[in-house]
Design a protein around this ligand. Structure first.
Ligand code: F0G
Length: 467
């Protein structure tokens, strides 16, 4: 008899206890919903979405143990036992002395930068996520991305495209270390395609930062996925557990910010964990002012339980193997359909290079938006544009659209929600679009708010330019 661990199929390592029906819609209905929504997928009701790949944030399915924890939640205002479980789990995992709960990741960012940053300061990182960047900039400080060279080319496959460029970090530190309150490394690099950072890069960054007395803070939203990539790709780590690797990741840092909506497998929550006593003291004062008392930080006791349990489950090796394989499987399917993607697939998502796929649509006619809309009409699949709509702008002098450097469409996988047949369906939808790509036309912006136009902007289709 064959030993079970020799089978090549990597199954979903869970069975399903509660189900939520999906509502089927016709192509005609979806076209009408999209038009009504001003061609903006954020404005579509989720009831009219079949497969929702808009984000992996807060959209995961909780386990029976997490739901059991919800019932155990202690809702005391101060000193809740759920907080102590939460705190102990995070201290054991990260080794940081102070644990400060927040309602989600960006609240941890706002608090940290409010107490450490300001005009004249610069915060380098491998690739700041957009809320991180915005929370740095709102203090008057500069957010500086220093991605490694391999990260620039979407089609290049390299194991650790999330690494920070150490040479550029060194020259920044030589010039102005006194203005650098911290360096932030994001695990995994979401903005750059869900790409991991190697232990070696973290260690080398730490050594360099030590020479200048600059602390390292991790944006740990996807720390477990990063640890699994290290296990699978970085020599010498194959026999280690994801938890051992995760702890080594944290050992190089002085603190972390975390959106528990990702690798906490919770629907809401986050935290800030720090070693610096004075930063922690000031962060707690601000927390009380804007989030809540230090033992709940804007969360219910039941949320703290769900996060503590989620942080244990996310490090199970079977789960992580299945998780990374899911994104790889989706990436393989889309690539095989002849659609260019950011290589290799990330941990939580696959990013389609819409500009390369739809060469007949120039960047100012928003190829990412066009592909996102087409995926919805074709198969009810909701994705997010990460390109000119999100990062471009209208030039106030010329009135012209200034394109972003890339036009990507992200297909993010909620944790433990969709099965392989859902993914096969998404691949089939992508194949159908790949065959008929010439029929996809561009879009223009009809109206947009002053900032963050991708959330509420209104669009309209323009005629396809013959390719
Ligand atoms: N850092 C990273 C790397 C993120 O991906 C996010 C959120 C945050 C911080 C902010 O956390 O949402 O809990 O306030 N990313 C989501 C996404 C929104 O869809 O990628 P938050």
């Amino acid at each position: 008899m064959t030993a079970p661990d020799s089978f090549k199929t990597i199954i979903e390592p869970f069975k399903i206890k509660t189900v939520e029906p999906l509502r089927m819609t016709s192509r005609g209905e979806r076209a009408a919903f999209l038009k009504e929504a001003g061609y903006n997928l954020f404005r579509i009701a989720s009831a009219n979405v079949l497969i929702d790949l808009l984000t992996d944030s807060g959209t995961g399915a909780m386990s029976s143990e997490q739901w059991a924890g919800m019932m155990r939640g202690d809702e005391a205002y101060a000193g809740s036992s759920s907080f102590y479980r939460f705190e102990e789990t995070i201290k054991e995992l990260t080794g940081f002395r102070h644990v400060i709960p927040t309602h989600q990741g960006r609240a941890a960012e706002r608090i940290l930068f409010s107490v450490t940053s300001g005009p004249g300061k610069v915060i380098p990182g491998n690739h700041h996520f957009d809320t991180t960047r915005a929370n740095i900039e709102v203090t008057g400080a500069e957010a500086l991305d220093l991605p490694c060279r391999e990260a620039v080319d979407p089609s290049l496959s390299a194991p650790f495209k999330g690494n920070i460029d150490l040479e550029r970090l060194e020259s920044l530190l030589q010039d102005r270390a006194q203005n650098v309150p911290m360096c932030i490394i994001t695990l995994t690099d979401n903005t750059g395609g869900g790409q991991p950072v190697s232990l070696r890069n973290l260690r080398d960054a730490r050594t360099l930062l030590n020479q200048h007395g600059v602390p390292l803070i991790l944006d740990a939203a996807r720390f477990a996925e990063n640890a699994m990539f290290v296990k699978m790709r970085e020599p010498g780590n194959a026999d280690r557990t994801p938890r051992e690797i995760a702890r080594e990741q944290f050992s190089y840092a002085d603190g972390c910010m975390m959106s528990a909506k990702k690798d906490g497998i919770a629907n809401i929550g986050g935290f800030l964990a720090l070693n610096n006593d004075s930063w922690a003291e000031r962060a707690r004062q601000l927390l009380i002012l804007t989030e809540g008392f230090t033992t709940y930080g804007g969360l219910a006791g039941r949320d703290l339980e769900a996060i503590a349990q989620g942080l244990e489950e996310v490090l199970h090796e079977d789960y992580l193997r299945y998780r990374l394989r899911s994104a790889e499987y989706l990436g393989d399917g889309i690539r095989n359909a002849g659609i260019p993607i950011v290589e290799p697939p990330g941990g939580h998502a696959v990013y389609i290079d819409a500009r390369a796929m739809l060469r007949h649509i120039p960047p100012d006619l928003l190829p990412g938006q066009a592909l996102s809309c087409a995926l919805y009409v074709e198969g009810g699949v909701r994705t997010i544009e990460v390109g000119t709509v999100m990062f471009g702008h209208i030039d106030p002098k010329t009135g012209q659209q200034v394109a972003a450097d890339k036009d990507l469409v992200r297909l993010a996988l909620p944790r433990r929600v969709y099965t392989q047949s859902h993914i096969d369906y998404v691949i089939e939808v992508a194949e159908s679009l790949a065959r008929n790509r010439a029929a996809i036309g561009g879009y223009r912006i009809v109206s947009e708010p002053a900032a963050l136009r991708h959330f509420t902007g209104v669009f309209e289709p323009v005629e396809a330019v013959p390719g």
